[in-house]
Design a binder for this molecule. Structure first.
Ligand code: 4NP
Length: 194
């Protein structure tokens, strides 16, 4: 849950989530931390990031505390399944994606603990929607901040929409590295998340 601007307090539900997860690892679904991945159309990069993170969270034993969701800053592909090239790449990497496109909504700021965007355009647009709706933006960042191979000035996951299938594999590799770094960071910082 992102804080409302001007508030230094965590909500009661957030405090309970932290407390309960210590004493009861199998905390209820609704008290898990949601990581929300955001791209433009929500049919290529962010649904892949959602599936990669959820698989990794299961493998690394943190899926009782964290889960991923995804959306797009634009609504053109709302209600649509992922791009066929995304699904083909996911199958190749033995990954199942169960997701329909949806647009980022102000309610997302109230339900997500951490929002990670795929590129700097998504980052700017997500931050501005948060600010417009009175939310603090400290928990909005970019996924590639967690990519150990990222070059400092370029934190974009490239948009594969206009390219060929090789672009989707590159995106898969970037997202996999980044999600691995993200899980390391979550393990190190929990429960001190924003
Ligand atoms: P995504 O990719 O943001 O990774 O889902 C795109 C999907 C659709 C479009 C652009 C990028 N489009 O222009 O429709």
């Amino acid at each position: 849950m992102l804080k409302k601007t001007g508030s230094n307090k965590y909500s009661l539900i957030e405090k309970n989530a932290c407390f309960l997860s210590k004493i009861a690892p199998e905390i209820p679904y609704f008290l898990k931390h949601k990581i929300l991945f955001v791209c433009l159309g929500n049919i290529c990069r962010s649904p892949l990031a959602e599936a990669v993170f959820n698989r990794l969270a299961g493998e690394r034993g943190i899926s009782n505390r964290f889960y991923a969701d995804s959306c797009g800053t634009a609504g053109h592909h709302a209600g649509q399944p992922p791009d066929p090239r995304t699904l083909k790449n996911a199958r190749k990497n033995k990954l199942e994606i169960v997701h329909l496109g949806r647009q980022l909504h102000p309610d997302d700021f109230a339900t997500a603990s951490l929002i990670l965007t795929m590129d700097s355009d998504n980052y700017r647009n997500t931050r501005s929607l948060a600010l417009k709706n009175g939310y603090d933006t400290a928990a909005i960042s970019m996924l590639r901040r967690f990519d150990p191979a990222a070059v400092k000035d370029d934190l974009d996951v490239p948009d594969p929409w206009y390219g060929g299938e090789e672009g989707f594999e590159e995106v898969f590799q970037i997202i996999s590295r980044s999600c691995s770094g993200l899980v390391d960071a979550l393990e190190a910082s929990y429960p001190g998340l924003p």
